[in-house]
Design a protein around this ligand. Structure first.
Ligand SMILES: *Cc1c(COP(=O)(O)O)cnc(C)c1O
Length: 354
């Protein structure tokens, strides 16, 4: 056994996916399973496919390349770099776009490979990350895209919450529908995809049908079961499909306040301390390089996270019913940022359990 280890429970993950796919399909919405939080790990993505997603989607073309043997259409989520246009048309069937220069590069590379690459144009409805903000610019882009032979315009999309924190509302959905109708009428075309958002749109499904929206790109809600507008657990899902195991390297009784003058810690901040007296302190061999302390949760509720440095995690085990010893393993669940970091850390072994 080697540690730290990230355990991925295939059945829990697949069941989360099924719950979200059923919810979305019942409203005429197909799910694009977003794999970026687990770096496009193919064994993990298999649970998405087995759970019924219609597409696999990722921000990084390297990840889509890793997924090439899974037989589901792939979507490139982040606006492609012109420098990666050739790889994008090779490993993605569809890409989200907002710059005509990039789309021209994609068209050219697609033609070179005898392909037609599918384009979804992104609309910025106010979150201020990617997408056309002015409607006239969007219409102009449509006109340009329709002239290109290597690409096919298949729809519109929007992304909310990720940057600006804007919570999706029915106003956003209505605006996207209106833009789609206007483009269809002006250019006499049909747009097959209206991609309404990410895990922050799930809360709308409780009371609405999201008329017109037929695609959602879901990451967080599949892996953790949480909708991301309010952080609620979606019915029928669990938050423990991914768990971290770390090994204890020291257990000692120590005071809770350091001795001496306090300067900056390893991350440049001046730390503060709560004096709880002498406590049982536990060191684990994992650190901020591998996880984010704010989004890491001990499964044993008697354990408190005190802090850490790049490669140490410091816990208070005084109130636990378990008498932890050096060499023992402590398990944690995580939220998005910790999971992202843990998957990216090459020091953490990943193991899918079935
Ligand atoms: C990351 C991302 C998603 C998925 O977001 P979640 O909140 O994890 O569901 C969807 N669309 C785009 C464009 C993204 O970058």
């Amino acid at each position: 056994m080697s540690y730290p280890k990230l355990i991925v429970d295939y059945e829990i993950l697949k069941n989360n996916v099924k719950a979200l796919v059923n919810l979305c399909n019942s409203k005429g919405i197909q799910v694009a399973g977003v794999t970026k939080v687990f770096c496009g790990h193919p064994e993990i993505a298999k649970a998405y496919v087995d759970g019924g997603v219609s597409f696999l989607a990722d921000s990084r073309i390297e990840n889509l390349e890793r997924l090439k043997n899974l037989n589901v259409p792939k979507i490139m989520l982040r606006l492609p770099m012109i420098s990666e246009a050739e790889k994008v048309v090779e490993f993605a069937d569809i890409s989200l776009n907002s710059e005509i220069e990039t789309i021209k590069a994609l068209s050219e590379k697609a033609l070179g490979k005898n392909l037609v690459h599918k384009i979804v144009l992104m609309v910025d409805l106010g979150d201020l990350r990617e997408g056309y903000y002015k409607e006239e610019d969007l219409f102009e882009a449509v006109e340009e895209v329709l002239k290109l032979e290597g690409v096919q315009l298949i729809g519109l999309g929007t992304n909310l919450t990720c940057y600006g924190g804007v919570i999706p509302s029915m106003d956003h959905i209505d605006r996207l529908n209106r833009l789609k109708r206007e483009i269809e009428e002006r250019f006499s075309i049909e747009l097959e995809i209206l991609s309404g958002g990410n895990s922050s749109s799930i809360h709308l499904l409780a009371d609405h049908d999201l008329e017109g929206i037929n695609n959602l790109r879901l990451g967080e809600s599949l892996v953790l079961g949480t909708e991301s507008a309010y952080g609620e657990q979606v019915e029928g899902t669990r938050n423990d499909a991914f768990r971290i195991q770390a090994q204890i390297i020291e257990v000692k009784e120590k005071p809770s306040v350091p001795t001496g003058e306090i300067g900056r810690d390893a991350f440049g901040k001046v730390p503060t301390f709560v004096d709880r007296g002498v406590r049982k302190r536990i060191l684990c061999a994992i650190g901020k390089q591998d996880i984010d302390l704010e989004t890491l949760y001990p499964v044993d509720k008697g354990v408190i996270i005190l802090g850490g440095s790049s490669d140490h995690l410091i816990l208070d085990g005084t109130d636990s019913e378990i008498d932890y010893k050096v060499g023992d393993i402590i398990e944690f669940t995580m939220h998005y940022v910790s999971l992202l970091r843990a998957m990216t850390s090459e020091y953490i072994k990943k193991e899918v359990i079935y």
